[in-house]
Design a protein. Structure first.
Length: 144
């Protein structure tokens, strides 16, 4: 149900993981994602551990769904001396092109345990339906 992927974005993501670089607003890092269909909804799970809900932006435009988040340092105090810092900080982003079979007007978003879950209903026009054939000798239904 998602159209196209950005191969260069995946290469950037792998490079950032190997080099340990952080994302910036002009070059955000990618966030891990799972996407699947569950009944009459399309579900997208994005890993954002340590990100507060006020640091997450979800924007929907025609043919584009963008999720952007920022993970900030846990502490900004002057008297803190960092001993080890392995968790990635910075800006994370994911741009998706939902198919026109998804109803992007009714997206639901939940955030729990560091996972952002987007639920997008399948559009009524994309669901299977029966078509009646009108004939003088009788009516027959065919699944379509």
């Amino acid at each position: 149900m998602l159209m196209g992927t950005d191969a260069f974005r995946e290469i950037d993501r792998l490079t950032q993981q190997l080099l340990g670089t952080s994302g910036t607003w002009s070059r955000p890092s990618a966030m891990p994602m799972d996407a699947y269909r569950e009944g009459d909804e399309y579900v997208i799970n994005l890993d954002l551990p340590g990100v507060t809900t006020d640091a997450i932006d979800i924007d929907v435009e025609p043919n584009m769904l963008t999720v952007k988040a920022e993970r900030r340092p846990a502490t900004n105090a002057d008297d803190v001396q960092m001993e080890l810092s392995e968790r990635p900080l910075g800006v994370f982003s994911r741009r998706l092109m939902p198919a026109d079979t998804l109803d992007t007007e009714h997206i639901k978003a939940d955030y729990e345990a560091g996972v952002l879950t987007l639920r997008i209903p399948i559009a009524e026009r994309a669901k299977p339906r029966k078509i009646a054939i009108g004939a003088e000798s009788g009516r027959r239904q065919i699944s379509g």
